[in-house]
Write a protein that binds this ligand. Structure first.
Ligand code: KDG
Ligand code: MG
Length: 416
């Protein structure tokens, strides 16, 4: 069996995704996810222009070998663009291996270690009362773990004040601006002091409203310095968050040593890590409790299972990134690995069925992750258990869209 074609297909059924299709000369089709939020076409071009020619004619079952050949063969190793492209290929090859073997991918990864993958979803509100209501809605829908964020204005899930919403670039009828100035990012303003004062109050209010049964998580989205993170982690202890996510940016991960020395609040980090070497120091120094890389940016299932294996003897659990910018194929890859990983912790989950564009998603992505109460599962079908209606995907072409950006009150740049 040989690889016949490799293609990245950008599609926008409500938001942009880059899906990857690999076919074999025996007629098998493997699907992968190479979505790099806000920079989607860069990973697509890497696949179509640079990786496809290297793969055609190769044996698709040599996944580890092909992964190494693409990773080391570029000479330029890693980074979000190259490793997102590699991830899309890697997932598609696992899908092909499963279809060839007649087994679901979780079986090939060692088999089920659990009946389902416990998941968490997002809730945000402009007041603690509104937020508590949102959490109650999630509990009523069967969830037990909820990530809680305060909004300063409706729709700003990371505690910033929206300064401008960019241009209405998702509207193709907008012809008032030159092409390169459409769809500019939303700009928010964020200051540490109001944030650091409001989050302990948010947790206190939520515990008063909701009691102790629900697991609450919070994402600082890489905005704090180590000393700010340490102070907040200590203040949150009485409200026992399940984890405190991305308190510091990845380049300051060593600052987590200070957070650990100061508090017992569990720490999760990793969505901006894009290679295995970056994960080593945080894991072996026990700076974190949950490693939450994005399979789609770390290079796929192949490196993620190595990271899980590295984490296991250090009592670090997995919490792979599962935001709305992962396509349903990427969510599927997450759950296969969750089911087969003994040190799995929790899975971040996006239920596209609740989105305004749910019908378009359902038209393009067929099958995939299922949910029963708080538990995620995948079909016991060969491969990843998800199909794509290619004609439907091509009906929704890519539309430029950026991630939001953040400024401090003095206008300087800050991580979003
Ligand atoms: O593309 C960026 C998003 O994936 C990110 O902002 C979401 O932080 C995030 C999360 O934890 O889901
Ligand atoms: Mg996050």
């Amino acid at each position: 069996m040989r690889i016949a074609t490799v293609e990245a297909i950008p599609t926008s059924p409500g938001r942009n995704f880059t899906i990857v299709k690999v076919t074999t000369d025996t007629g098998l089709v493997g699907w992968g996810d190479a979505t790099l939020n806000g920079r989607e076409l860069s990973a697509a071009a890497t696949i179509n222009e640079h990786l496809a020619p290297l793969l055609i004619g190769e044996d698709p079952l040599r996944i580890e070998h092909l992964w190494q050949a693409l990773y080391l063969g570029a000479y330029w190793r890693g980074g979000p663009v190259l490793n997102t492209a590699l991830a899309g290929i890697d997932m598609a090859l696992w899908d092909i291996l499963g279809k060839h073997a007649g087994l679901p991918v979780y079986q090939l990864l060692g088999g089920r270690t659990r009946h389902g993958a416990n998941c968490y979803v997002h809730a945000a509100g402009v007041t603690v009362e509104r937020l508590a209501d949102k959490v109650r809605e999630k509990l009523a829908a069967g969830y037990r773990f909820v990530r809680v964020q305060l909004e300063m204005t409706e729709g700003s899930s990371y505690n910033e004040r929206i300064l401008s919403t960019g241009q209405p670039g998702l509207d193709p009828a907008d012809r008032t601006l030159p092409m390169q100035q459409r769809a500019l990012p939303t700009v928010g303003e964020w200051e540490p002091t109001p944030y650091l004062r409001s989050i302990p109050k948010m947790f206190a209010g939520l515990r008063a409203e909701l009691g102790d049964d629900v697991e609450l998580l919070h994402d600082a989205h890489q905005r704090l310095t180590p000393i700010q993170a340490a102070a907040l982690a200590r203040e949150l202890e009485p409200y026992h968050p399940f984890f405190f996510e991305d308190p510091v940016p990845p380049e300051h991960a060593a600052g987590l040593a200070l957070v650990r020395a100061t508090s017992t609040t569990p720490i999760a980090i990793g969505e901006l890590f894009t290679d295995i070497p970056t994960c080593v120091a945080p894991i072996i120094n026990r700076w974190l409790d949950y490693i939450r890389c994005d399979l789609g940016h770390i290079g796929g299932i192949t490196p993620a299972r190595k990271i899980a294996a590295l984490a296991e003897p250090f009592a670090v659990k997995t919490a792979w990134h599962g935001p709305p910018d992962l396509s349903p194929v990427g969510h599927c890859a997450n759950v296969h690995l969750d089911l087969a990983t003994s040190n799995f912790g929790v899975q971040e989950w996006t239920d596209f069925a609740t989105y305004p564009w749910a019908a378009k998603i359902a038209e393009v992505f067929l099958g995939g992750v299922t949910r029963r109460e708080a538990w995620l599962d995948v079909p016991a079908k060969p491969g990843l258990g998800i199909d794509i209606d290619e004609a439907a995907a091509r009906k929704y072409p890519y539309r430029r869209a950026y991630l939001p950006v953040v400024r401090r009150a003095d206008g300087s740049v800050h991580p979003w």
